[in-house]
Design a protein around this ligand. Sequence first.
Ligand SMILES: [Zn+2]
Ligand SMILES: [Zn+2]
Ligand SMILES: [Zn+2]
Length: 233
Amino acid sequence: MECSVCDLRGAVQACSYCHAQICEVCGVTCQRCGKPVCPTHVYKTHSGKMLCLDCQEERKAKRERLRAKAEHDEAADFDETLRPDSHDSGLSEDEALLGSVRKPPPPWKLSLYAGVVGLVAVLVLLVAPGLRQVPLPGGIFLPTPYFLLVIPGAALVWGLIGLLNEEYKEDTARCVAGLVLAVASILLMVVAVATDPSRRAAQEAADAQLVRNKMTPQQLNNWRNEKLERYRQ
Ligand SMILES: [Zn+2]
Ligand SMILES: [Zn+2]
Ligand SMILES: [Zn+2]
């Protein structure tokens, strides 16, 4: 049988699609699956590859899939740069939004912090008695601890809020710790005021003045002479 394409050579095979008889020269073997095809049912790729129609369809579909995947990956990359937090932590967008709204610190935390600060402040006062007085205009000195009482006072309030609030029930121990620190600081501040050396000196001077006021003129005279004697020596 003659080749249906050239009508010159004898046909050696039939096209897989139209079953036309084709010779060795006119026929093409698909370079992918090896099927024989006629010139009508062959597809020549850009790189010069000869493919049957099935292989061309498959190749086209595969290319579409790859392109879609690449576009998807690109989109995913884009998303990742836009929302790194929600992507990394696996949180939903809503959860990420909720997380970004800072919660106020719980009362036990405030109480503990203020308690520690108050305690440190009063310990500094105990170590350095010179800091226990604040000079005010008019020559008045006020005990520093009176001002610093605000700090353990705040610790006390926060600790009580935490204790009395049902919401912080599991933090009771921490609230109590804050309260203990607050009470300790307050007690130590009272001690700091009571043992202030400058205050004691003032008290002694006042006592001496009181004693002198009670003296008779004769006794006062003696006292003065005594002082002068001591000064001369
Ligand atoms: Zn032929
Ligand atoms: Zn054909
Ligand atoms: Zn093929």
